[in-house]
Design a protein around this ligand. Structure first.
Ligand code: ZN
Length: 85
């Protein structure tokens, strides 16, 4: 029998950067390591379009946030792809 890595009561939420499995708080898009790699203007856009409580279903996730989040994930992937090792 394989024991679960995390208690079942806690739904695991991981960093959205590609290939990263670092658990992060649900209100955070990425782990701190990857968040730092997002260009500042994009970080500001993600934060500006974030609706408090959206991660818990208490507020709508806007198309603007989805776009900003996707752009941030792309930006991190571009940085990581260009700087190997
Ligand atoms: Zn990460």
């Amino acid at each position: 029998m394989i024991a679960p890595r995390f208690p079942a009561a806690r739904v695991e939420h991981t960093c959205h950067a590609r290939g990263c499995t670092t658990p992060v708080a649900r209100c955070m898009l990425m782990c701190p390591r990857h968040w730092r790699r997002v260009p500042a203007p994009l970080r500001a856009r993600v934060l500006a379009t974030y609706q408090p409580g959206q991660e818990a279903g208490r507020a709508p996730v806007t198309a603007a946030w989805r776009e900003a989040a996707a752009a941030a994930i792309e930006a991190v992937a571009a940085v990581e792809g260009g700087a190997r090792g």
